[in-house]
Design a protein around this ligand. Structure first.
Ligand code: THU
Length: 135
């Protein structure tokens, strides 16, 4: 069973926003485009800081932009970087994405190759100890 998501437009938006990445330290620019259930798209790029630990990843920028605009239901996210192999979300971002949709579809792309995952492929056991109270 394939994904219902038409990834091509989403991936293009991820490449476009990647150009805005602020990554003077790592020089590793990442772009993300997050699709909501209602078809809206929110994008994000990584934003680094001289205090390295404050750096925020592209995925979390996209999610926070969506939430600030009133969207919390997400179908998929496209993630791109200029690497030969697909770029996969870091552990912190996997947990952050699991907050809103533990079954989120994730399209990971590099220059030459892409892979599509569902979040449980990448994070089988997210922390969910406090989720019960939200339902
Ligand atoms: N980065 C992301 O934007 N997303 C990830 O999932 C992994 C890493 C960024 C953070 C940092 O600015 C740069 O890539 C190198 O780690």
């Amino acid at each position: 069973m394939g994904s219902q998501i038409d990834w091509s437009a989403l991936v293009a938006q991820a490449w476009a926003v990647r150009q805005q990445a602020y990554a003077p330290y790592s020089k590793f620019a990442v772009g993300a485009a997050l699709l909501t259930d209602s078809g809206d798209v929110f994008t994000g790029c990584n934003v680094e800081n001289a205090s390295f630990g404050l750096t925020i990843c592209a995925e979390r920028v996209a999610v926070t932009a969506a939430v600030a605009a009133g969207s919390r239901k997400f179908a998929g996210i496209a993630l791109v970087a200029d690497t030969a192999e697909p770029v996969l979300p870091c552990g912190a971002c996997r947990q952050f994405l699991a907050e809103f949709n533990p079954q989120l579809e994730i399209y990971c792309s590099g220059r030459d190759r892409h892979q599509v995952f569902v979040l449980p492929d990448l994070l089988p056991s997210p922390f969910s100890g406090l989720q019960e109270g939200l339902r």
